[in-house]
Ligand binder design. Structure first.
Ligand code: SF4
Ligand code: SF4
Length: 103
């Protein structure tokens, strides 16, 4: 459960800190990189994962729905969400879902 934050990709924008409904993410005062206080408290809501502008955040899928350590990451485009699912053996599945955005 919870999220993985790739500090190399994090650009310190602070968006995840503002958006997390559980107030679980913060920027390290020294490095200015995002971190999560406690993954056990993560709701798996995907808000930070979906909106991170650099795709620095990956969701660790709950063990109840998939194999241990599988991850899921969306990439937002104007028309669809490109999902990448990586299982613990490195198998990669991708799928696209049209966005329901009303313009
Ligand atoms: S939203 Fe992404 S890039 Fe911005 S602070 Fe959070 S992890 Fe870093
Ligand atoms: S997935 Fe949701 S609850 Fe978990 S850290 Fe991101 S915004 Fe917060």
């Amino acid at each position: 459960m919870g999220v993985i934050i790739d500090k190399e990709k994090c650009n310190s924008c602070g968006l995840c800190v503002k958006l997390c409904p559980g107030d679980l993410e913060a920027l390290d005062p020294k490095t200015r990189k995002a971190f999560i206080w406690d993954n056990d408290d993560c709701w798996n809501c995907l808000v930070c994962v979906k909106h991170c502008p650099t795709q620095a955040i990956t969701l660790k899928l709950p063990n109840a729905i998939t194999k241990h350590d599988a991850t899921l990451m969306p990439k937002m485009t104007d028309d669809e969400i490109d999902w990448t699912l990586i299982d613990p053996d490195g198998k990669v599945d991708t799928f696209k879902i049209p966005r329901k955005t009303v313009r």
